[in-house]
Design a protein around this ligand. Structure first.
Ligand code: CA
Length: 225
């Protein structure tokens, strides 16, 4: 899941980025309101953590532009001012929650998870399913028939992508860019190897088989007809 942090204070920004990365999120960090707004409008984020006091465009203006543009992405406001008026203003502008600085990282993580779990339509968007396979994005857990499956970080990301695009044949180039953050090089068999390992863990010993190779095209996760 992708999270955007908009924070101009170097230390706070780096600290948040590290903490959230370690918690399993894919994190982008913007150091100004203008950069933050640009990224927020162009990227597909599950959550934005937005500082109020920013040089140039402040957090309120960023939030206002986002909401005016129709974005419903959950926003967690970070405010240094413990003023009721500021909190009310943030919530009125469409922030989903706020935290007063300084805060404990554990609290930020808990609030972030709550917002993510609430999802955009009140549906739990953090647990992905196919048959008896379950992938919990927040707890970073995969089970099949209730049995825990241990995956590497790349295998987890690969399975997450396959589950999110269930029923769609995903070309190797797309998998390479989304999971490995690289351009597809036809000489490498890294994806093939990862798929084979993943299939071994997810499908071996279980029915039905969910991950399939579509020759010459790519891979798909779907329930057999
Ligand atoms: Ca600031």
């Amino acid at each position: 899941m992708k999270v955007l942090i908009v924070e101009d204070e170097t230390k706070t920004g780096d600290y948040l980025r590290q903490g959230l990365t370690e918690a399993g999120f894919t994190v982008d960090l913007a150091r100004s309101g203008a950069d933050g707004l640009y990224l927020a409008q162009s990227g597909d984020y599950a959550l934005i953590i937005l500082d109020v006091m920013l040089p140039g465009l402040d957090g309120w203006q960023v939030l206002e532009s986002l909401r005016r543009g129709g974005s419903e992405v959950p926003v967690l406001f970070l405010t240094a001012r413990d003023q009721v008026a500021d909190r009310v203003r943030g919530l009125e502008l469409g922030a989903d929650d706020y935290l007063v600085k300084p805060f404990a990282f554990a609290e930020l993580l808990a609030r972030a998870r709550t917002l993510l779990r609430r999802g955009r339509n009140g549906i739990d968007a953090t647990v992905l399913h196919a048959a008896d396979l379950e992938l919990d994005l927040l707890r970073r857990r995969v089970t099949r028939s209730g049995r825990r499956i241990e995956l590497t970080a790349k295998e987890f990301a690969l399975l997450e992508l396959l589950l999110q695009r269930q029923g769609e044949v995903l070309p190797r180039s797309l998998i390479a860019s989304q999971v490995w953050d690289m351009n597809f090089d036809s000489d490498t068999n890294v994806i093939e190897v990862a798929i084979r390992r993943l299939r071994g863990k997810v499908d071996d010993g279980f029915e039905p088989k969910l991950i399939r190779t579509v020759r010459g095209m790519g891979y798909v996760l779907e329930l057999p007809e």
